[in-house]
Design a binder for this molecule. Structure first.
Ligand SMILES: C=C(O[C@@H]1C=C(C(=O)O)C=C[C@H]1O)C(=O)O
Length: 393
C-alpha cells in the first residue's frame, strides 16, 4: 500500500522534473536569441543590473510559494552562469569562424574518467562540432600532439585551489609555439574508489596521481600505514584497481570517472580544502580573437633585465594602464641558474587600447616577452543581491 503511494508520488515528481528540463531548454533557447541580438548591436554579454533585478523579483516570488531566498539564489546563479557561458561561446565562435571544426581532436592527460577528461567534456559541450578524445600519458605528449597537428586542442590543468600551480605545465609553455585559446574551472571532488565489497580499514595500497596525493595529504595522514603508488593519471589509477579483485587496493579519483570502470566510492570529499577546484587552459596552434563584448583574460610570459626593481617596474606598467593582474607565477629558466621566467594573467583584451599600450611598454623594458594567449574569461562571478537578507524577512 505504502509502496503504491510512493510510486504515485515518484511518478508525479518525474513529470515535474521533465517539465523543469523543458523549461530550462526553452530558457536556453531564449538566451541564445539574446546573444544574436547582442552580436548584431554590439552589446556586452554580461548585464549584472538585469541579473540583480531578475534575482530580486524571483526571491520575492519564491517567498510567496514557500521557497527560501538562499535556494532560489543558488539555483539561478547556476542557470545564469550557464546562460552567460553559452552566450560567450557563441560570440567567440562567431568571431573565429576558422576555428569552427566539424571534428575537434582534443588531447588531454589520462584516459576516460580522468579529471582532464571531465574538463574536456565540459568545455567542448558548449562548442559546435564532434569531439575526438585523445588520451595522453604526459603533458609533453599532449603539447606535441597539437604541435604536430595530430590534435587541434590540448586541455591542460594549470592550477588547483589546494595544491597550487602545476609547474610542469608552466615549464611546457616556455617552449611551445601554441596559444592559449580558452580556460575553464572544474570542481575536483576526490573519492576513495574500490571495486568490490571492502572497507577503509582493509585498504593497504592506494593508487593516484601525485597531485591528488598532495591535495588529500590530511586524509592520507589519517589513513596511516597505507602504501601509496603514484600513477601517470587518475584514470590509470582507476584502471589498475578495476583490473584486480584484491579488496585491499583502492584508487583516488572522481566518483563519475570511477563509475566508468565499475568502481564505487566508499568515502568522498577527501581533499584538504573543501572548495577544491582546478583551472584548465585550452591551447591550440592558432590564437583566437576575443570579441570586446566578452570579458577577456590575457596570459603573458616575460623575463626581466637583471637590475633592482625590474619586476616592480613591469608591474607598474600594468597599474599605470589600469590593468588588473589575477595571477603571477615564477619558474626557473632552464640553463640559466637563478634566473626566473614570470607568467602573468591579467584581465583584459589585447585588442583594447590600454592593453596595447601596456604590451608595448612591457616589450620595451623586458629581456624576453611574449603573449601566450588572449581568451574569454570563464570565471563568472555570481551577482549578489544586496537586499537578499531584507527580502528573506
Ligand atoms: C540573457 C541575458 O544575458 C545575461 C544572462 C542573463 C540571464 O540568463 O538571465 C541576464 C543578464 C545577462 O548577464 C540578458 O542580457 O538578458
Amino acid at each position: 500500500m505504502a509502496t503504491d503511494a510512493l510510486e504515485a508520488l515518484r511518478k508525479s515528481i518525474t513529470a515535474v522534473d521533465s517539465e523543469l528540463l523543458e523549461l530550462l531548454a526553452k530558457r536556453r533557447g531564449l538566451t541564445n536569441q539574446v546573444a544574436e541580438t547582442k552580436i548584431k548591436h554590439h552589446i556586452p554579454v554580461r548585464d549584472q543590473k538585469r541579473e540583480e533585478q531578475l534575482l530580486i523579483r524571483l526571491i520575492k516570488q519564491g517567498k510567496t510559494v514557500g521557497l527560501d531566498p538562499h535556494y532560489v539564489t543558488q539555483l539561478f546563479h547556476v542557470i545564469i552562469e550557464d546562460s552567460v557561458l553559452n552566450q560567450q561561446a557563441m560570440l567567440a565562435s562567431r568571431a573565429n569562424p576558422d576555428s569552427e571544426l566539424p571534428l575537434n581532436r582534443v588531447a588531454f592527460l589520462g584516459d576516460k574518467g580522468s579529471y582532464s577528461y571531465l574538463a574536456t567534456q565540459k568545455y567542448f559541450s558548449r562548442r559546435a562540432g564532434e569531439l575526438m578524445e585523445i588520451g595522453c600519458q604526459s603533458f609533453a605528449e599532449i603539447i606535441s600532439k597539437v604541435e604536430k597537428n595530430e590534435a587541434d586542442y590540448a586541455v591542460l590543468p594549470i592550477e588547483n585551489t589546494s595544491s597550487g600551480s602545476i609547474n610542469e605545465v608552466y615549464d611546457q609553455l616556455q617552449h611551445t609555439s601554441l596559444s592559449i585559446v580558452g580556460e575553464l574551472t572544474h570542481p575536483i571532488k576526490h573519492s576513495l574508489l574500490v571495486k568490490g565489497e571492502t572497507s577503509i580499514s582493509a585498504i593497504k595500497v592506494l593508487y593516484a596521481h601525485p597531485q591528488v596525493f598532495a591535495q588529500c595529504s590530511h586524509f592520507l595522514a589519517e589513513l596511516g600505514s597505507v602504501e601509496v603508488k603514484p600513477c601517470d593519471s587518475t584514470s590509470a589509477a582507476m584502471i589498475t584497481v578495476s583490473e584486480t579483485d584484491d579488496p585491499s587496493v583502492a584508487a583516488i579519483g572522481s566518483e563519475a570517472g570511477g563509475a566508468l570502470y565499475g568502481l564505487h566510492a566508499i568515502k568522498s570529499n577527501l581533499a584538504n580544502q573543501k572548495e577544491n577546484h582546478s583551472r584548465f587552459i585550452v591551447v591550440s596552434r592558432k590564437a583566437v580573437s576575443v570579441p570586446l563584448q566578452v570579458p577577456a583574460k590575457t596570459t603573458l610570459v616575460m623575463s626581466t633585465v637583471q637590475k633592482p626593481g625590474a619586476l616592480v617596474e613591469s608591474l607598474l606598467v600594468l597599474k599605470d594602464n589600469n590593468i588588473n593582474m589575477t595571477k603571477l607565477e615564477s619558474r626557473p629558466i632552464t640553463g640559466n641558474p637563478w634566473e626566473e621566467m614570470f607568467y602573468l594573467d591579467v584581465d583584459g583584451n589585447i585588442e583594447d587600447g590600454p592593453m596595447q599600450n601596456a604590451l608595448e611598454q612591457l616589450a620595451a623594458i623586458t629581456r624576453y616577452f611574449k603573449v601566450l594567449g588572449c581568451y574569454p574569461s570563464e570565471e563568472i562571478s555570481p551577482t549578489r543581491v544586496a537586499a537578499v537578507n531584507a527580502l528573506a524577512e
